[in-house]
Design a protein around this ligand. Sequence first.
Ligand SMILES: [Zn+2]
Ligand SMILES: [Zn+2]
Length: 233
Amino acid sequence: MRPGQKPLLSGRDFVLPELVHHADNGDLSVSVVDSIDEVKLQQIFRLAEQSEEPPPKFEDLPHTEMQLERRRYVDYLKRVPRKEADRIARAEEFAIWQMAGPDAESNFRLWWDRKQTRKKNALMRKANRLANCGMCGRRMDCRDHPDHVFYEEFGCGTRYCRGCGERIFASLFGKYIGLWPTVQPLLPQNGFRSKVVIAALDFTAVNIHRMPKPEEIRVRSVAHGTRYGCLIR
Ligand SMILES: [Zn+2]
Ligand SMILES: [Zn+2]
């Protein structure tokens, strides 16, 4: 993209057709073209099915997880919303939390329930995005030849999409490797000690043949710390 140019529209700028839905008998169904491969279809179903599963009960969470959720709630209370009405409501809720009564706990639970609903919906939206990957696109005009018109497909942009995931990884890698010139001058010269410590941590997780859940990452890294190769250079 040239400076001053408007960014091209992406799939996110459009309302995608709902390809994941429920049949009359309540079963999940995905409308896709014949050319879709089995692995992608399985991924779409798994995401959609996960969104159907009953959300976890707060009482069933491990104690550390409960505490973490409370800390997240406090972070949420401390954030200042843009709209004035929301700001006032948030400040009131924070005041109630600080009084630590039954209202504080019930507000916290409402916040947690809302979060679970959002997560559910997000999974369903991701399933739909994945089903839409490469299904629609935009018309592109060639700068050099006015009658040369072609189409570019919209990717879904989800990390586990076999097409988009690789591109996302490559662009993130490119972004962070670009930080090297910033980091290098901070390094001490040979024979000097610096107050700045630059350490590289390599974590290698055991392959569990699926995406680990955030809790699993936290629990494993504490409980099975030795399973991770951690290298400080
Ligand atoms: Zn052309
Ligand atoms: Zn994709």
